[in-house]
Design a protein around this ligand. Sequence first.
Ligand SMILES: *[C@@H]1O[C@H](CO)[C@@H](O)[C@H](O)[C@H]1NC(C)=O
Ligand SMILES: *[C@@H]1O[C@H](CO)[C@@H](O)[C@H](O)[C@H]1NC(C)=O
Ligand SMILES: *[C@@H]1O[C@H](CO)[C@@H](O)[C@H](O)[C@H]1NC(C)=O
Ligand SMILES: *[C@@H]1O[C@H](CO)[C@@H](O)[C@H](O)[C@H]1NC(C)=O
Length: 303
Amino acid sequence: MFPSILLHLSLAVSFAASIPIQRRALSQNDIIGLQLAGYLENLELSLYSGGCEGFTNVQWATDGFPATFQQDVCAIAEQQQNQTEFISTTLETNGIPAPQACSYSLSYDSPTSFVLLANQITSLSLGYYLGSLAGFSPELQTVAASILSVEARHDAIIRNGMGASPFPTNQDVPLSSIWAYNLAQNYTTSCPQQLPIDLLPPLSFNGISGSTLDFSWTPSANNFSAPVGAAGQNLYLAIVHTNASDPIYQEVQTGQQGQGTVQLPEGLGGVVYAALTASSGDLTYHELTTTGTLAGPAQLVLS
Ligand SMILES: *[C@@H]1O[C@H](CO)[C@@H](O)[C@H](O)[C@H]1NC(C)=O
Ligand SMILES: *[C@@H]1O[C@H](CO)[C@@H](O)[C@H](O)[C@H]1NC(C)=O
Ligand SMILES: *[C@@H]1O[C@H](CO)[C@@H](O)[C@H](O)[C@H]1NC(C)=O
Ligand SMILES: *[C@@H]1O[C@H](CO)[C@@H](O)[C@H](O)[C@H]1NC(C)=O
């Protein structure tokens, strides 16, 4: 009986007080995984602090938000602050520098546009924790999952605030580290550090008309011998949705250089991610998100 009581006490103490994971041999995956977590937490902290301070009660009310919504955004900001500190302290306790905040480009000018952006960025962070879980050592897996479930609740209340379903899909989309890091670049203008993760050529969505998704990329910005979109090269948009093991590959109709369209399949919802690839579907999710990505990924909020 005693050993089990002691175990419970020690777990209770380490979770309640958010004591950082004590000095231990962090694996290389743990280190890069925590650094990327800290990198994303810094982005979210800047986002939610800005949203907490940015608008008056009257502005929130004018945009139709309930009276308690601003307090919720401020509470999320405080939790982001604590999550950021927890990750930083865990790294520093182990002699690893914690990522510093970058300069961000977070474009919103009203409570409504803030909340739309918050859904995009929180989905990204949530997807990262989900996708990175298996790469952490067992003890850190629990830590990462305990942040993931809180991120999911933040996202649910934000989505509820924007009038969308708090839980649009049965499953969330896991993001690989390289995809998560590249998605974060969309909101980052300059940074005191780069993480050792490849930067991929960006992909931008221009709009959806009916079921046609229009997008563009920089044709020369890749390391492949043939320029992307060269004559004769078939291109596909790989759409990663709720079942990440089963991306949908849609053939791209190329327009002018660096621009294309695909038909969006029916039945997709929530937040999905897509990347330009030369593969028509024979890649694993890991292959797709590393060597298989010619441009992207980009995030698409469908519902
Ligand atoms: C954040 O951490 C501080 C200091 O440990 C604590 O007082 C506060 O309650 C925490 N906030 C949240 C939202 O957990
Ligand atoms: C492209 O090649 C350069 C130099 O070899 C490398 O540093 C960079 O990470 C590569 N980028 C991608 C997207 O693979
Ligand atoms: C996901 O897709 C794979 C490959 O098509 C399939 O085997 C698996 O059953 C799917 N999982 C779910 C939960 O739909
Ligand atoms: C970048 O962020 C903007 C503003 O939130 C969004 O509209 C756009 O889709 C994002 N781009 C990518 C590549 O995810």
